[in-house]
Design a protein. Structure first.
Length: 599
């Protein structure tokens, strides 16, 4: 191969490094765990388990899927007199079924054959059983042979004793220490890590990719387990380990950085658990975070990885900063919640200024929008409300000041992360001629995908169908969007935003160009989303009466300033309307809300 071709391949590989680690990601509830510190008393239990696959001859791809289909979780485990008898259920998959099963403990040199039986006498093995000493801190390695692959599949059998249930459905009595598992969100930042982390003995011959660990973790940052025990917290960090073009990550390190001098760094090797999560091969790391006061501290991590294309391979470093988001410690937080226990959204603007060239448009705006409410920006054309809307939705960057979404500066959020927190319906929207309604709505799930792959297809489908149903667009789901009326199209774009499953919805003049009937339909839909589903609504409207009637709060603007902010019935007056719009109008009350007579 010529030098030019080698250089081209290296560049091609470099471009693809950010992609290679994110294939086959997923989310589930069964994972290999460290010893739980609890011991089951004598009795019979249902215990979930997972298979942790690793290379077994040339059968790697099959081993990643077949055994999970042939041996089903949970296991039945009988604990008695320090022993446990494990019974596994086996099923037939097409013409394939288990023919033999062997096991050994971590310290055993040889495998022992388990008992297999055909309880229903159909000619196929449907039950596997073996008895071993009862303890929770060993690894059971297994080989199971099938009718189609006589070489066998080698894997680790990982029980999750923390989820054991005594037969009959009751939780088992336990002895020893207790644990609590919480849910938290993570923020990942590879760019900052690349600047801070100094890899020992790095001579510059190996390139650094900002996309490796960052992308491999990205599908697992939304709801991460945090185990609390005796006042100490441990993070269960998950990461994809199977990538495109045989990309692999290895040699992981946690980096402790001296706050007084970032050049002083301590690198500690950390060994991941290789396991499966929702049928996907992942790495799982158990990282000690310390006490609750230390939860928000960043974690620095790097690894060495390699990628190959054909006969060529190359190594690279990947670095990442991981920060637990203490504001999203869901079951310990004190933030307001709605009926289903999930967070509502809160938007705060601090000292916000913006200019188009030398023209100052906004100057020092400072306000907060109440969560769980409908807030509407009103004002004459050119007052700055559209610019403010675009700043709050990351379409513009402020000259000065900050916008916070649930206490997180949106400037620090990647677009993908922002899209998981807030959805946007713009004033002008277009769709390709052949794009169907259901397909367009499905694009709302994109923030939860990595390289086009969904981590939870079932959840995606549920959210898409819910969005279609709540907007009354299900009957049009197979139609091209371009064939719909104006009001129907607007409901479809709202449905796409709802499929994002966020607690904040921004709408820029959602009733523009619609006749009165469709305007009212859209506004009533928006009101329903707020009242029944707790979605915080922030919108821009031109019609002052619609703004006053359907909003909980009004933000009135003039010349880039906020001149009134509050409840419609408290702030709207003849004088305010005169100041905002420059006309004298009469104010009356309709259903307890002010109504402007446009005469």
């Amino acid at each position: 191969m010529t030098t030019t071709k080698q250089s081209w391949l290296k560049r091609s590989l470099a471009v693809l490094l950010a992609v290679m680690m994110v294939m086959s990601m997923g989310v589930a509830d069964v994972f290999a765990v460290e010893p739980s510190g609890t011991m089951l008393t004598d009795g019979t239990y249902k215990v979930p388990f997972s298979f942790n696959y690793y290379m077994a001859g040339q059968m790697y791809e099959m081993a990643a899927g077949k055994p999970n289909a042939l041996i089903q979780t949970p296991a039945t485990i009988e604990v008695k007199d320090g022993k446990m008898t494990v019974t596994l259920s086996a099923v037939k998959d097409g013409t394939d079924y288990v023919t033999k099963f062997q096991y050994r403990l971590q310290d055993d040199e040889n495998y022992t054959e388990a008992a297999v039986s055909d309880t229903d006498k159909d000619g196929n093995v449907d039950q596997i059983s073996f008895t071993i000493d009862y303890t929770e801190d060993y690894l059971v390695t297994t080989v199971h042979y099938t009718s189609s692959v006589e070489a066998g599949f080698e894997s680790a059998l990982c029980f999750d004793f923390s989820k054991a249930e005594m037969e009959g459905g009751d939780q088992p009595p336990v002895e020893g220490d207790t644990e609590a598992t919480h849910t938290i969100k993570l923020k990942v930042d590879s760019a900052k890590a690349a600047e801070i982390i100094k890899i020992p003995d790095d001579d510059g011959s190996i390139m650094t990719s900002n996309g490796g660990i960052d992308n491999a973790i990205s599908a697992y940052t939304d709801e991460v387990e945090l185990v609390e025990k005796d006042g100490e917290y441990t993070l269960l960090l998950r990461m994809a380990r199977t990538g495109m073009m045989s990309a692999t990550m290895e040699d992981f390190h946690i980096v402790e950085i001296d706050p007084a001098n970032s050049e002083n760094q301590t690198h500690t090797t950390i060994t991941p658990i290789e396991t499966t999560y929702n049928g996907v091969e992942i790495y799982e790391f158990h990282i000690s975070l310390g006490t609750e006061e230390q939860l928000g501290n960043p974690i620095y991590m790097w690894c060495e990885a390699s990628a190959s294309m054909g006969d060529m391979s190359m190594s690279f470093y990947s670095k990442v900063e991981i920060t637990p988001q203490i504001n999203y410690l869901i079951d310990l937080a004190e933030e307001p919640m709605i009926a289903d226990g999930s967070y509502t959204g809160k938007v705060t603007v601090e000292y916000l200024s913006f200019s188009y060239g030398k023209q100052q448009v906004l100057n020092g705006l400072d306000f907060s929008l109440h969560e769980g409410k409908i807030t509407t920006l009103i004002g004459a054309n050119g007052c700055g409300k559209s610019t403010l809307f675009n700043l709050m939705t990351k379409n513009l960057k402020p000259d000065q000041g900050e916008v916070f979404l649930r206490e997180e500066n949106i400037a620090n959020l990647r677009l993908k992360d922002f899209a998981r927190e807030a959805a946007i319906v713009h004033q002008y929207n277009t769709a390709p001629p052949d794009l169907t309604v259901e397909k367009l709505v499905s694009y709302g799930r994109t923030p939860y995908h990595t390289m086009g792959l969904s981590s939870d297809p079932q959840k995606d489908e549920e959210k898409i169908q819910w969005a279609l149903e709540i907007t009354h667009t299900s009957k049009h789901k197979d139609k091209p969007v371009t064939e719909l009326s104006g009001g129907q199209k607007q409901r479809v774009w709202i449905a796409m935003a709802l499929a994002q499953d966020t607690k904040v919805l921004f709408l820029d003049e959602p009733t523009t160009y619609l006749d009165v009937r469709y305007q009212l339909q859209i506004l009533k839909l928006i009101q329903k989303l707020n009242r029944e589903y707790g979605i915080t609504i922030v919108m821009v409207l031109h019609d002052i009466n619609q703004s006053l009637y359907y909003s909980d709060e009004i933000v009135a603007m003039k010349d880039g300033r906020i001149i009134a902010h509050g409840l419609p019935e408290e702030i709207i007056s003849k004088e305010l309307v005169k100041e905002v719009y420059g006309v004298d109008l009469t104010i009356q009350s309709v259903d307890g809300k002010p109504f402007v007579i446009p005469v």
